[in-house]
Write a protein that binds this ligand. Structure first.
Ligand SMILES: Cc1ncc(C[n+]2csc(CCOP(=O)(O)OP(=O)(O)O)c2C)c(N)n1
Ligand SMILES: [Mg+2]
Length: 371
C-alpha cells in the first residue's frame, strides 16, 4: 500500500497593527470603534501605572511578592473586550488589564498581593475567578465552569489564561482533553511570553508554536500577535463565535513578552539578555496603540499627559484605601475548612504554634490575634 498523508495542517498567525505602525485595513477596519479604543487605551495605561506602583510598594516593604504584567496587557484586555460580561474570565496572574476592563476593582487585585486573601474573593457579578497562582489549576476550573453552563442550557462560555510554561503541566492536557472530547465551550488562551521564570520556551516546548498543542486535541488553533490589541480582538471574535455556535473549545496563542522580572522575587538579568528585552520594548502594546491613535488624530501628547496624571492619582487613592483595610485575623486560616475543628488545630489556632515548630515561647506570636 502506498504511504498516504494522515494529516496536513497549518496554523494561521494574525497581526493587524505591527510595531512599525503598519495597519492592515482589510482585517482591522471597524474592528474596534474609536470611542472604545480610547477607553481600552486608558485601561492599559492605568494598568501599567498600577504595575509600576505595585513594584515600588513591594520594594519599600508595603506589599508581598508581585508579578508584573508589564508588556502583556493587550492579551487579557482584548479578550475581556470581546467576551460578554457574563462569560467566565478564568485567569492566572498576568491578566490585571482584562480584570480591570471587566470592572473588578483594582483594590481587590492590590489587596490580594498585599497578602489579604479577601482581595481574591472576586466580586460575584464580574464572572471572574480568583487569580490562580498554582500553575495550571485554572484551566480545569474554566472547563468545569463552561461544562456547568452547558449542562444548565446557558449560552455562557469561559476563557482561561495561562502561560507557555503551564502547557507542560498535566492539568493543561487534562483540561484540553476533557473540553475537546466532551464538547465544552472553553477558549484556551496561552500567553506565550517565552519564559517560565528562568526556563526559556525553546527547551520547554520543542514544537515551533504553542498553538499546535491544541491540534493534538482536535481544537482549531490560532496564533496572534499578543502585543497587538487589534489582532487579539480579531482572534478572540473568531474563537468566541466558534465556541458559541459549536459549543466546542478553541485554542489561541498570544505571542508576547514579559518586560519585567518574573515576580519581584526574581532578577531576570541573571538569565536573559538585555538586547532581547530591548527588542521587545520596541514592540510595547501601549506605545504601539498610542502612535496609531496619534496618527489617526484621536490622541495627543497633552491628552496622554492628562491621562497619566489621572491614572497616577487613581492608583494612589487605591493604595490609600487598601492600606486602611483592617488586616485579617490569623484565626481565619483555620476558620472556614472544618465544621468542627480537630483538637490539634484548635491548639494551633489558640497558641499560634504546632508541635514541631516554634517551641521557644519567645518566638510565639501573641494569641490575642487568634479567633
Ligand atoms: C503547580 C506549580 N508549580 C510550580 C509553581 C512555581 N511557578 C510559579 S510561576 C512558574 C512559571 C510559569 O511560567 P508560565 O506558565 O510561562 O507563566 P508566566 O509566569 O511566564 O506568565 C512556576 C514554575 C507554581 N506556582 N505552581
Ligand atoms: Mg511564560
Amino acid at each position: 500500500m502506498p504511504i498516504t498523508n494522515a494529516l496536513t495542517t497549518t496554523i494561521e498567525r494574525v497581526s493587524i497593527l505591527d510595531e512599525h505602525g503598519n495597519f492592515d485595513e482589510k482585517l482591522g477596519k471597524g474592528l474596534i470603534p474609536d470611542a472604545d479604543l480610547l477607553k481600552l487605551y486608558e485601561t492599559m495605561v492605568t494598568c501599567r501605572m498600577m504595575d509600576e506602583v505595585a513594584f515600588k510598594l513591594q520594594r519599600s516593604g508595603r506589599m508581598g511578592t508581585y508579578p508584573q504584567n508589564m508588556g502583556q496587557e493587550a492579551n487579557s484586555l482584548g479578550a475581556a473586550y470581546a467576551l460578554n460580561n457574563d462569560d467566565w474570565l478564568v485567569t492566572c496572574y498576568r491578566e490585571n488589564c482584562g480584570l480591570m476592563w471587566r470592572g473588578v476593582p483594582i483594590d481587590s487585585i492590590l489587596l490580594h498581593w498585599m497578602g489579604d486573601e479577601r482581595g481574591n474573593a472576586m466580586p460575584r457579578p464580574h464572572h471572574a475567578t480568583p487569580i490562580a497562582v498554582p500553575i495550571g489549576t485554572q484551566m480545569l476550573h474554566a472547563t468545569g465552569l463552561a461544562w456547568a453552563a452547558k449542562y444548565r442550557g446557558e449560552k455562557r462560555i469561559s476563557c482561561t489564561f495561562f502561560g507557555d510554561g503551564a502547557t507542560s503541566e498535566g492539568d493543561f492536557h487534562e483540561a484540553c482533553n476533557f473540553a475537546a472530547n466532551l464538547d465544552i465551550p472553553v477558549i484556551f488562551f496561552c500567553q506565550n511570553n517565552f519564559w517560565a521564570i528562568s526556563v526559556p520556551g525553546r527547551i520547554q516546548c520543542s514544537a515551533p508554536t504553542v498553538a499546535q498543542r491544541g491540534i493534538a486535541y482536535g481544537m482549531p488553533c490560532l496564533q496572534v500577535d499578543g502585543n497587538d490589541l487589534f489582532a487579539v480582538v480579531y482572534g478572540m471574535r473568531k474563537a468566541i463565535e466558534h465556541a458559541r455556535t459549536t459549543g466546542k473549545p478553541y485554542f489561541i496563542e498570544g505571542v508576547t513578552y514579559r518586560l519585567g522580572d518574573h515576580t519581584t522575587a526574581d532578577d531576570a538579568r541573571r538569565y536573559r539578555d538585555q538586547a532581547e528585552v530591548d527588542a521587545w520594548k520596541a514592540r510595547d502594546p501601549i506605545t504601539r496603540l498610542r502612535t496609531y491613535m496619534t496618527k489617526k488624530g484621536i490622541w495627543s501628547d497633552a491628552k496622554d499627559a492628562a491621562l497619566r496624571e489621572a491614572a497616577e492619582a487613581s492608583c494612589m487613592a487605591t493604595i490609600e484605601r487598601c492600606e486602611q483595610v483592617e488586616p485579617p485575623v490569623r484565626g481565619d486560616v483555620f476558620n472556614y475548612t472544618f465544621a468542627d475543628l480537630p483538637a490539634d488545630l484548635v491548639t494551633q489556632r489558640e497558641t499560634g504554634h504546632t508541635h514541631s515548630l516554634g517551641q521557644d515561647p519567645s518566638q510565639l506570636p501573641s494569641a490575642s490575634n487568634a479567633r
